[in-house]
Design a protein around this ligand. Structure first.
Ligand code: NDP
Ligand code: 8X3
Length: 257
């Protein structure tokens, strides 16, 4: 096992859900946490808990990963002691809307593609050259079971995660000959703010998604990420697919009655 104590772990979209849980898991391992999101006040509110949990140090900054110039500037502006990122978790992402492709709002498509695909690429492009130069690094991209089964009314979200899979695979190939590792984590349903965001703040509709099943939690995903990055240096975990025991694939669930 490779310890992560003292490693700089950069998590995008750390203000909620999987990203916030991943920050806590790595805090408990004594990592140095570099966290960003648009809601900086949410990140500020997490600081004390993360330090109490064991984080060696924390640096927070506001970032919208869709803004390429802002991504480059934010990375360029990092204090010297925060530039040598060891682990990048490209987690920031969302689904927006559920509806037929020929009827739903193209603004929702832009938001998903700009965040889940282009934002992930911008952050990767800004961070990975340093990993290559330092001969050290691990990129963890947040995929989804949506990669494997396109479901009704979610085609564009599924496409964005299929793109993430191709990007992860392509990055791994491009990094052959370097020690930089690339992993995609592909969860099924995880109860976070994901569905609330997807349904534009409609909490009642969001709650129905997880009704009568035991969903995965952000901590379950954080565990998988920690496992992947703590394997010996010569081991690259390409993909971890995980679902709740109540989910078979995108179409099949067991709902408790
Ligand atoms: P949440 O809505 O709880 O968290 C999403 C995080 O992404 C928030 O911290 C949000 O922060 C951040 N984010 C969204 N857009 C941007 C942006 N433009 N710039 C920076 N940060 C952004 O959802 P989850 O934790 O569930 O989602 C995290 C990832 O996991 C996503 O990529 C999602 O697709 C993926 N996923 C989720 C699953 C689920 O069932 N929940 C299953 C499979 C994958 P802020 O709003 O403050 O910017
Ligand atoms: C999120 C899980 O099933 O809503 O990627 O697509 S799902």
């Amino acid at each position: 096992m490779q310890p992560v104590r003292g490693n700089i772990v950069f998590i995008t979209g750390a203000s909620s859900g999987i990203g916030a849980a991943t920050a806590l898991t790595f805090a408990q391992q004594g990592a140095r946490l570099l966290l960003c999101a648009r809601r900086i006040q949410r990140l500020e509110a997490m600081r004390e808990e993360l330090l109490s949990a064991g984080a060696e140090a924390i640096h927070l900054f506001q970032l919208d990963v869709r803004d390429r110039a802002a991504v480059n500037q934010a990375i360029a502006d990092l204090p010297d002691e925060w530039t040598a990122v060891d682990i990048l978790v490209n987690n920031a992402g969302l689904a927006r809307g559920m509806g037929k492709m020929h009827e739903n709002d193209p603004d929702d498509w832009d938001e998903m593609i700009d965040t889940n695909v282009k934002g992930l690429l911008y952050v990767t492009r800004a961070i990975v050259p340093g990993m290559v130069a330092r001969k050290r690094g691990h990129v963890v991209n947040m995929g989804s079971t949506a990669t494997y089964n396109t479901y009704a009314n979610g085609g564009v979200y599924c496409a964005s995660k299929a793109a993430e899979k191709s990007i992860s695979e392509g990055l791994k190939i491009d990094l052959l000959g370097t020690p930089v590792r690339v992993t995609t984590i592909d969860p099924g349903m995880v109860e976070t703010e994901f569905s609330k965001v997807r349904f534009h703040g409609d909490e009642a509709t969001a709650a129905k998604v997880y009704q009568n099943i035991t969903p995965l939690t952000g901590e379950d995903i954080a565990d998988a990420i920690l496992w992947a990055v703590t394997r010996p240096a010569h081991v690259n975990i390409h993909t971890i697919v995980l679902t709740t025991i109540d989910q078979g694939n995108a179409y099949y669930f067991h709902r408790h009655t």
